[in-house]
Write a protein that binds this ligand. Structure first.
Ligand SMILES: Nc1ncnc2c1ncn2[C@@H]1O[C@H](COP(=O)(O)OP(=O)(O)OP(=O)(O)O)[C@@H](O)[C@H]1O
Length: 461
């Protein structure tokens, strides 16, 4: 389930710094919180910051029940994308929207708030909003955010159109439907899902979903079955030019919120790389990092399901507690694996690109790119978008975190260089030969992220 608590950095010397969260419980909790220099409220006052805005949620003309839901989650102020996109999406007559904003800046709450404001819950049996996401995990997370923000909406009903979510033959009789494209298409074709009264169609991770190499076909087919005048909302942290062309045709005359290249990266994420002598050294280096991975929670991204399982088994054999999640697992197993990770029952998760996008677990303080993301036939080229989404699993809404990308040969080194060039950034180099220095550099960031995690803001504070 998505976590309701917003990020909040503790103030130096505040009593909240002494609070622990049940998930961690180790000596790192003693770390003084003065390393955390900025509070979320300061970030939100800065209108140049992606989390900052001049508006308050009260200014946005939202239905009282929705406003109450946002405040119950302790959302004090809208982030920039929320402040800008909400009035455009809620204007009459409804207009399409293509919105880009950095990872972890509250895009989900922006489109969920729109959906909850547009749907007529006096007709709870009639599907009126459809939201699509690329993975079962993300669809479930969005479902949970709708339930949280919509907790005061009378007769709120949400259907999860994911594999195993809606029994064959059963009609979808909920006002809001969230799912993955394949399952949604099947439900429409089997006439289980009447789409004729849909008013809003949201596609999260839209660049990925509309990519013709990927899910583009399915999303396009779903769209052809929907009412012609439906409001289309496309959201992502990345919109490469090639896909943007298609997106503007998919959502005609859309209002647009776009990021400049230099604004793509999240400032709270310290991006590092580990210069591994060779491919065969990567595993040993990963194991050496294990102690650091456990200070918060960590996600390790690898290229294939097979290598994810292989590395997890080796690490377990070597005495480490590590779980693995990828598309080969059954739905219910995937659900419980991610739930365990969210609650801190498991703290180190090895996965593939299936979890690269959208997943919001605030305790993640480290992301490791064990294999650098590549795309195209035979991994022909570096994949800057996937890199951004993967590292964006940390540093959520003002938190800090570390990403470490392993390079082990000329090809991976060149790929990382190309990614850095695309994003106009410099990465910090870590050396496997100077472990003390490596630990210090990583700990410096992660321990301040622990201090942030220890602060649990009280509702309405
Ligand atoms: N206005 C707000 N105030 C405080 N916290 C917020 C606010 N809006 C969203 N959040 C929190 O910020 C976190 C990140 O939000 P969200 O998952 O929507 O990011 P995103 O922009 O969709 O990221 P991604 O690109 O990775 O999908 C969530 O835990 C959410 O609860």
């Amino acid at each position: 389930m998505a976590e309701g608590q917003p990020a909040q950095a503790p103030t130096a010397g505040s009593p909240e710094n002494d609070q622990t969260d049940g998930a961690a419980g180790n000596s790192s909790l003693q770390e003084p919180a003065f390393e955390v220099e900025v509070e979320l409220s300061d970030l939100q006052k800065d209108t140049d910051n992606p989390l900052g805005s001049v508006a308050s949620f009260k200014d946005l003309g939202l239905p009282p029940a929705v406003l109450q839901g946002l405040f119950a989650l302790n959302f004090q102020k809208p982030s920039k994308v929320q402040e800008k996109a909400l009035p455009l999406m809620l204007a009459t007559p409804p207009r399409n929207m293509i919105a880009q904003s950095q990872s972890g800046t509250g895009k989900t709450a922006a489109f969920v708030t729109t959906v909850l404001s547009r749907v007529d819950f006096n007709k709870p049996d009639s599907p009126q909003a459809l939201l699509l996401a690329p993975s079962r995990e993300l669809a479930r997370q969005i479902e949970s955010v709708i339930a949280q923000i919509g907790q005061f909406v009378p007769d709120l009903g949400i259907a999860a159109a994911i594999p195993g979510g809606i029994p064959r033959g059963e009609h979808v009789k909920k006002a809001v439907v969230v799912g993955t494209p394949g399952t949604v298409m099947d439900l429409i074709r089997r006439r289980q899902f009447d789409v004729s009264h849909l008013k809003v169609f949201v596609i999260d991770e839209a660049d990925n979903m509309l990519d013709q190499q990927g899910l583009g076909d399915q999303c396009t087919r779903v769209k052809t079955m929907l009412p012609k005048d439906i409001q289309i909302l496309l959201f992502s942290a990345t919109f490469p030019d090639k896909v943007m062309k298609y997106a503007t045709a998919f959502a005609p005359s859309a209002n647009m919120i776009k990021l400049k290249v230099q604004d793509l990266t999240v400032k709270g994420i310290s991006q590092m790389y580990m210069d591994c002598p060779g491919q065969s050294d990567k595993y040993e280096i990963l194991c050496k990092l294990y102690g650091l991975m456990n200070i918060g929670s960590s996600i390790i991204f690898v290229k294939t399901r097979e290598s994810a399982t292989r590395i997890q088994q080796s690490m377990v054999r070597d005495g480490h507690k590590v779980s693995v999640l990828h598309g080969a697992y059954e739905g219910s197993e995937r659900d419980s694996l991610l739930d365990d990770f969210r609650t801190g029952k498991s703290k180190v998760l090895i996965t593939t690109n299936v979890l690269a996008r959208g997943i919001d677990v605030s305790t993640v303080s480290m992301v490791i790119n064990y294999d650098i993301p590549m795309k195209g036939m035979g991994d022909a080229t570096h994949d800057t978008e996937t890199y951004l989404h993967r590292i964006g699993r940390t540093g959520r809404f003002g938190r800090v975190g570390v990403s470490i990308t392993f390079v082990s040969d000329k090809k991976s080194f060149m790929a990382l260089q190309a990614i850095a060039q695309d994003l106009q950034i410099d990465l910090v180099s870590l050396s496997p030969d100077d472990w003390d220095e490596t630990e210090m550099q990583v700990q410096r960031v992660i321990k301040s992220s622990r201090a942030q995690a220890n602060f649990v803001p009280s509702a309405g504070a």
